[in-house]
Write a protein that binds this ligand. Structure first.
Ligand code: SF4
Ligand code: FES
Length: 237
């Protein structure tokens, strides 16, 4: 039989732009369960008004990102054992650098629209027909390999904290992976809020739960921008 741990969840609450506060919930929980399990139990048995985002429960959809004890985590793969002890606390807050919708849920639409601006689209769950009746396969679409669009890198980024227009690590990594820098993408990533704004803090790579390594990709993107400018200089007529 598993020994349950007694853990206090300190949960950030904010509704309708009112003043934020923390609620405290005591749980007896298996330490090998995940932080998301604890949050779901609070919602199911104690407070149905608690708002949070989740879907797949296996680190694929990118919906369950939160701050756990001040660090960006996918809560569906962060075990209780890894972030506290028996009799301890876990502080849960929404991701930084995104508008709060309610409690632990944030609005990531800026990330999705910027991803589209650099040529990435979500993979369609089913095949679709285009206007000519031709079936589009997943191969026609492009998604940044490994990026689950969880937003953890943006939450951890010190530049995103001070500059809301900074297009951010996930999107710059997406532009780097895009085959060619089209004039449109080049203009975006070569702007004052693009690749040159990064201060190489590497916080993004530190928290990324996937294999993207956004900080490395931003450095590669800079090289790509410089190469592109050189080649356009020498081919100019
Ligand atoms: S680059 Fe990593 S941390 Fe950033 S959105 Fe993609 S998977 Fe999440
Ligand atoms: S619930 Fe999908 S990544 Fe955590």
């Amino acid at each position: 039989m598993v020994d349950l741990w007694h853990v206090t969840f300190e949960v950030f609450r904010q509704k309708d732009n009112q003043k934020s506060h923390f609620n405290f919930f005591e749980l007896d929980i298996n330490p090998d369960e995940y932080v998301l399990d604890g949050i779901e139990r609070i919602w199911a048995f104690t407070d149905r008004t608690l708002v949070f985002s989740h879907a797949c429960h296996h680190s694929t959809c990118g919906a369950c990102g939160m701050l756990v004890n001040g660090v960006e985590k996918l809560t569906c793969i962060t075990s209780i054992r890894d972030v506290t002890r028996d009799g301890g606390k876990i502080r849960i807050e929404p991701l930084r650098n995104f508008p709060i919708i309610s409690d632990l849920s944030v609005d990531m639409s800026s990330l999705y629209s910027r991803m589209e601006a650099v040529g990435h689209q979500p993979i369609l769950p089913i095949q679709e027909e285009d206007s000519k009746g031709k079936v589009k396969s997943e191969g026609d679409l492009l998604r940044l390999a490994d990026c689950i669009e969880c937003g953890l890198c943006i939450s951890a980024c010190p530049i995103a904290l001070t500059t809301s227009n900074y297009i951010g690590p996930a999107v710059l990594a997406g532009a780097q992976q895009h085959g060619e820098l089209t004039p449109c993408i080049l203009e975006l990533v070569n702007s004052e809020n693009g690749a040159w704004r990064c201060h190489s803090a590497y916080e993004c790579t530190e928290v990324c739960p996937s294999n993207v390594d956004p900080a490395w990709r931003i450095m590669e993107l800079r090289r790509k921008i410089i190469a592109n400018r050189f080649s356009s200089f020498f081919t100019r007529k």
